[in-house]
Design a protein around this ligand. Structure first.
Ligand SMILES: Cc1cc2nc3c(=O)[nH]c(=O)nc-3n(C[C@H](O)[C@H](O)[C@H](O)COP(=O)(O)OP(=O)(O)OC[C@H]3O[C@@H](n4cnc5c(N)ncnc54)[C@H](O)[C@@H]3O)c2cc1C
Length: 424
């Protein structure tokens, strides 16, 4: 079998399969190879709903072979090295593959080990994370069995996939405890690396009211360093906040995050908090094999693939494109963003193939569906300008039932039946 492909796609997740399907819809004779080592394909956005007890975890996973687009070749390997000057990638097995055009989309890396103690306590001792297929069901077990005490929800200092997920589960947990009549016995803390709840003012206003409604204690600018199961403690460092903090947002900011720039000049206060329940979200960065490759953005400490934020073409290797969670485009990392990125990559890649200039532009669109209680959701949509970009003819900053149905019923169906098939 030849190891050369006209288009080689690295990563058969949300982005990789969307792009491959769309490319084939435009030109059915393309020879596309998709490299991905995983037997399973996950619909991760539903893990929040699994953690909230309203979605079956088994409906969030399918066999990769069932979702890989027909007329592509699935290469079940893990890429370890890129040699873009030779149009070549190397895999863990030692096998090498060459290409005319490369699409890079292996997602983001969950750096569990950056929080001391977290990995070993996940799924036991009332510590869980919806960022793990294996543990999302345990989140619900914890929430359902909670009888009151201190509940802690963490959000790291790095950009993450779905910036809203760390607080979405908190609102649902609070609403559940409210319905059980125990919310007044719950001391709820949100420990966040951001300095605000949401980067788009209109949506932040709604969420600030929700935080107040549930009486949630918010610790902004906080870096969680340890979660210790035996003592049931979470340790974090927190910067003393000042009024000018908004002016110190890092270049990593997108609508969902409001990351505070690290400054060695600032005093860090160390805090230890006892908890009875903890939902943790790990820091995240580009996968190590991207960080160590010539494709990375050397200016970016988290090592993401360097692309033009509008064309999604690599800034130094014109036959390379990247999309999804692995890029340095300063958008919020979501499947919703990919839905707008995929057509841009397809149009630009085909243009470059035809010796034309890549002119299609991605505007930074992303969406974050935030449930504020069971049955009500705020669909936050925005772009690079961090201003609302609402699709529907009503004020989406006001949570409502229709958007809840969109998230819980329509989007999962759309994902498996349309998005992966390149028709939405
Ligand atoms: C809890 C949670 C809630 C979320 N909620 C939402 C939401 O409400 N709305 C929304 O739009 N998005 C949401 N997201 C984000 C969304 O799931 C991601 O943004 C999206 O899956 C990113 O797609 P991707 O293709 O970049 O990466 P992924 O879908 O993660 O796919 C990456 C693929 O690359 C493969 N890969 C990894 N390493 C290698 C390698 N070495 N070689 C080859 N292949 C490799 C993996 O096996 C995987 O198949 C949520 C995510 C989580 C975890």
């Amino acid at each position: 079998m030849s190891n050369h492909y006209q288009i080689l796609v690295i990563g058969g997740g949300n982005a990789g399969l969307s792009v491959a399907s769309k490319l084939l819809r435009k030109r059915s004779d393309l020879k596309i190879g998709i490299i991905d080592p995983s037997e399973k394909h996950y619909y991760q956005p539903a893990w929040t709903l699994v953690g909230a007890g309203i979605f079956d975890i088994n409906k969030t996973v399918r066999n990769e072979k069932e979702v890989i687009p027909k007329n592509t070749t699935w290469i079940k390997e893990a890429v370890t090295e890129f040699t873009p000057k030779e149009n070549k990638v190397k895999c863990l097995s030692g096998d090498e593959y060459t290409y005319d055009y490369l699409v890079v989309c292996p997602g983001i890396q969950l750096d569990w080990n950056k929080i001391e103690g977290l990995k070993n306590t996940l799924g036991i001792n009332n510590v869980s994370s919806n960022y793990s297929f294996q543990h999302a069901p345990y989140t619900w077990e914890m929430i359902e069995n909670f009888k009151g005490g201190t509940a802690v929800f963490t959000n790291p200092t790095t950009p993450i996939k779905c910036g809203g997920a760390p607080h979405k589960i908190m609102y649902l947990a609070c609403d559940y405890w409210r319905k059980q009549g125990i919310l007044d016995k719950c001391d709820v803390h949100y420990i966040s690396g951001a300095n605000l709840i949401f980067g788009v003012k209109e949506y932040a206003e709604t969420l600030n009211k929700v935080l107040a409604k549930y009486n949630i204690h918010v610790h902004y600018g906080a870096n969680v360093t340890a979660i210790k199961a035996q003592n049931k403690t979470v340790e974090f460092e927190i910067k003393e906040m000042d009024e000018n903090l908004n002016k110190k947002l890092s270049s990593e900011n997108a609508g969902c995050y409001g990351i505070v720039e690290n400054s060695e000049m600032e005093e860090l206060k160390k805090v230890t908090l006892n908890f009875d329940l903890c939902h943790a979200v790990p820091p995240q960065s580009a996968p190590d094999f991207i960080k160590n490759s010539p494709l990375r953005d050397i200016e970016n400490p988290l090592g993401y693939v360097e692309v033009d934020k509008n064309t999604l073409q690599h800034t130094r290797f014109p036959n390379v494109f990247a999309l999804g969670d692995c890029t340095n485009a300063p958008c919020s990392k979501t499947g919703a963003a990919i839905r707008k990125q995929a057509p841009v990559v397809v149009e630009n890649l085909l243009a470059v193939m035809d010796n034309k200039v890549a002119t299609a532009q991605y505007d930074g669109y992303s969406a974050c569906p935030i449930p504020t209680q069971y049955g009500k959701l705020m669909l936050a949509e925005f772009d690079y300008s961090n201003t609302p970009k609402m699709t529907f003819p009503f004020n989406q900053a006001k949570p409502n039932w229709a958007m809840w149905i969109l998230k819980t019923k329509i989007l999962p169906w759309l994902y498996w039946n349309k998005i992966l098939k390149g028709t939405a």
